[in-house]
Design a protein around this ligand. Structure first.
Ligand code: MG
Length: 260
């Protein structure tokens, strides 16, 4: 009799607990209203930038850029709203430094491009420049429309680290877009790597790097390694190959809050 009562009482509590749980499953229980995301006005047209972007080139001049070599005014050519690489003047980089960001840029291989492999429209965007030459983390720019080379060196690759997931290249003469999400590496106070860099790249609307984890800075020969650095400029490459120089336009960046 006592046991029966206990079972009955236990069952009663279980029913009550179940009812209480049901009472907490209103749709409102899982709605979050604050904090509200900041308002960002999207670009008015395809070539524009969102309202909170730092515009790095809008067709008018290179005032946001300097020569990587000596920080003198960037010596690349601006004509008809477009930047044309001047290989003799070396790499250029942003005056400002960035940590984590979303970057948009557009580039065009000349219609009459000649050459083969890595010597055919080679440039690149270094997501954090750590020196005046090719130090940093390079997303490759190259004519990869019909141009065989090592796959971890074609357009959309993280140079010598990650081949692109697809070849989304347009033919020479057409404008191409990169939309890049860069999460810089995090270093401890002792300079040791705490969190590697990651990058997502969308090439002409096609995902080519999906949160790829970097093993270190880009190197031409040997294995990549990390060395500690803070916020850094974004750098564009003046590659030494003899093919005709490529062009850039519509470059903007949105700084992102650090990863939690
Ligand atoms: Mg390159």
């Amino acid at each position: 009799m006592k046991t029966k009562n206990l079972i009955a009482t236990t069952l009663g509590f279980a029913v009550l607990a179940g009812a209480a749980a049901l009472a907490q499953t209103k749709p409102e229980d899982t709605e979050v209203w604050t904090p509200t995301p900041p308002k960002v006005a999207p670009a008015k047209d395809a070539g524009g930038a969102p309202s909170d972007a730092v515009v790095l080139f809008d067709g008018r001049g290179l005032d946001q850029w300097v020569a990587s070599q000596d920080k003198s005014p960037a010596g690349w050519t601006v004509a008809d709203g477009v930047i044309i690489v001047n290989k003799a003047r070396g790499n250029i980089e942003t005056k400002r430094s960035f940590r984590d960001y979303q970057l948009h840029l557009e580039w065009r291989i000349p219609a009459d491009i000649a050459g083969a492999g890595q010597a055919r429209g080679n440039s690149g965007v270094f997501l954090a420049s750590t020196g005046p030459r090719d130090q940093g983390y390079e997303v490759q720019i190259l004519d990869s429309y019909e141009n065989a080379t090592y796959v971890n060196g074609q357009a959309g690759s993280v140079y010598k680290q990650h081949p692109p997931l697809a070849n989304a290249s347009r033919a020479p003469g057409q404008w191409q877009t990169y939309d890049i999400i860069w999460r810089a590496p995090v270093f401890g106070a002792d300079g040791a790597l705490a969190k590697p860099a990651t990058v997502t790249v969308i090439h002409n609307g096609v995902l080519v790097q999906d949160n790829a984890v970097l093993a270190g800075e880009t190197v031409y020969i040997g294995k990549p390694t990390y060395k500690a650095h803070g916020p850094a400029p974004i750098k564009l490459q003046a590659h030494g190959d003899p093919s005709a120089p490529i062009s850039f336009r519509n470059i903007w960046v949105r700084e992102l809050a650090p990863r939690p």
